[in-house]
Design a binder for this molecule. Structure first.
Ligand code: PXP
Length: 256
């Protein structure tokens, strides 16, 4: 039985780096370079984030290697590194030692992570890389679509966690998203039965969150774009606080 007290909120700050890179990519060392990724992490932490998530992409379009090391040294919650299954990023993860690594599929042309990892048909490198991360003390999550076969395949890899891709649900949520929610619920139930920690993320907003919270066994949500977007108008801290408050109604923890 987990001693976890509430549904955890991982705040993804990739798009704070997106904004900085839009102006300062060629001059990151400039005293003018802003907004600060570390300051955003600290603001999220001060307002209820349980962890900070960043995706170090192969093309380095937003988060840079130096951001990962700066966050590792200076945040006071946990660091969750999203990463493609590549040797290059794995070596950085082994040096930076985030608390968690979430392995995601990565395709250079995509705007954002489009689908889940195909764990069922993954080559042997996935299993090897999971083991290398775990041997370095890093807990591993696999970002997968809400499909029972993928959940069972993820459990076989020895990863401690899955993160259920909620993108399709988020896109359908304006029309109710019922069939997508059903898939997420089933994936969470199967994953829990397999002994996996169940996380979820992608496209979560304050509008679709109440419906998503019908999913049982959730331990953590990773939320980025919406929080940074709302932050433009109401401040990142307030956006995180609002999300935290809504998440506190999650019945799985409220009843225990
Ligand atoms: N979880 C994973 C694995 C992701 O790749 C992303 C997008 O970077 C997120 C969560 C956050 O998604 P969003 O920015 O839509 O909240």
């Amino acid at each position: 039985m987990s001693s976890q007290k509430h549904l955890k909120l991982g705040v993804n700050i990739d798009h704070v780096a997106t904004l900085r890179q839009a102006r300062y990519a060629p001059m990151l060392g400039s005293h003018n370079a802003e907004p600060s990724v570390l300051a955003a992490a600290n603001e999220a932490e001060a307002n209820g984030a349980d962890s900070i998530t960043v995706h170090l992409r192969l093309d380095r379009r937003h988060i840079q290697d130096c951001d990962v090391f700066e966050l590792r040294e200076n945040i006071r919650t946990a660091l969750n590194l999203e990463m493609g299954n590549t040797r290059e990023i794995l070596d950085i993860a082994l040096k930076a030692k985030p608390d968690f690594a979430c392995i995601v599929p990565e395709n250079r042309r995509e705007v954002t992570t489009e689908g889940g990892l195909n764990v069922r048909n993954a080559d042997t490198s996935l299993q090897r890389h999971i083991k290398e991360l775990q041997d370095a003390g890093i807990k591993v999550s696999l970002f997968i679509d809400p499909e029972v076969e993928q959940v069972r395949a993820a459990a076989k890899t020895g990863a401690e966690m899955i993160e259920i891709h909620t993108g399709a649900f988020a896109n359908a949520a304006a029309d109710g998203g019922k069939s997508e929610l059903k898939k997420i619920i089933e994936a969470a139930e199967v994953g829990h039965g397999e002994g996996l920690q169940i996380n979820a993320g992608h496209g979560i907003t304050i509008s679709n969150l109440p419906t998503l919270l019908r999913t049982p066994y959730l331990a953590e949500l990773n939320i980025g774009h919406h929080l940074v977007s709302r932050g433009v108008f109401i401040g990142l801290g307030q956006a995180v606080r609002e999300m935290r408050t809504l998440m506190d109604s999650y019945p799985h923890f409220a009843s225990t």
